[in-house]
Write a protein that binds this ligand. Sequence first.
Ligand SMILES: [Zn+2]
Ligand SMILES: [Zn+2]
Length: 383
Amino acid sequence: MPDSILDDISHRRYNQLRGSWVLVSPHRTKRPWQGQQESPTKTTLPAYDPKCYLCPGNKRAQGDVNPKYEKTFVFVNDYSAVKDEQAEYKPENKDGSLASRLLRAESVTGKCYVITFSPSHNLTLADLEVAQIVPVINTWTHLYSAHLSPNSPLAKLNKAITNGGLNENIAKPNAQYRYMQIFENKGAAMGCSNPHPHGQVWTTTSLPEEPSMELKQLKKYRCEHGGANLLEDYAQLESSKKERVVFENDSFLALCPWWAVWPFEVMIVSKKHKRALVDFDDKEREELAEAIAEVTRRYDNLFETQFPYSMGLHQAPLEGTDEEIEASHFHIHFYPPLLRSATVRKFLVGYELLAEPQRDITPEQAAARLRDCAGPLYRKALN
Ligand SMILES: [Zn+2]
Ligand SMILES: [Zn+2]
């Protein structure tokens, strides 16, 4: 093991994907820890909650009634963070003034959607079978495809997908948006307000910070390495080294990245260069569903709890230059806050806010723990 000295000494690791650093202090995991023993969490939620605004047939806050859907359900968020229509912003253009130099703003319009993962109020991604996660991926693919710029090389790839789950109220927006962020906040620890398993989709006229930083790095790598793809190279390297791999199938690799910040951070990355959801065929969508099932189930098994996280897809912008779209590489981030048990979490505070992120347990140790959490979902034996 050539890197084993790094198991004992503090060091910094470079995040090639963001162009940022993380401080790793593995010697601190040797501190004695009196962790409380917590009993495994059971599912106490009902399959249907008459008060839930996401359950089939129920009324939402603004009065709309959900259909009696059978797979997934998509609707425009009743409390969207961005709107598709708003007053125009015209910055005062006083050239040379301090205000025009320092108080910069730009308007952002967009559309926010909510997507339920299944009609069941109490089935998370970890509870769902692979075949039940496929419709979620199909719905993401439909939504992405419906918002693609007609000028994008990806727009020609609208492969037929059955079981899309899209309902009529998803009209194509009037404006062309630049980027679509698909994500899930799971658990009260991550600020999720409704326990009915669901994700969100925000589309905006702007390219947000995280994907923008990554795109810069991806383009730079291509340019410096004769058109090579950073994440394709990285997946190949990790697949051969194995020490950070959690799960692998033909098309995807789930791993604790070399540069992970959160204790049990995971990235699912396409092994081949795939720019976006629309690049996948049926087999690949099924294998993506399998990778998501493997990661979420292992997470819950780790501390025998409903493991909270923020999860999100990164892929090609809806509208961009050919170079931006070609440099994009489909991957999913899972950022979970838990550290040692169902209640002991990591906070990004102090040094992390003011200097740079820091972690104790190494990504190699985290990957080994998650590899050991394979097998059936712990709570299936409890309920
Ligand atoms: Zn519900
Ligand atoms: Zn990313």
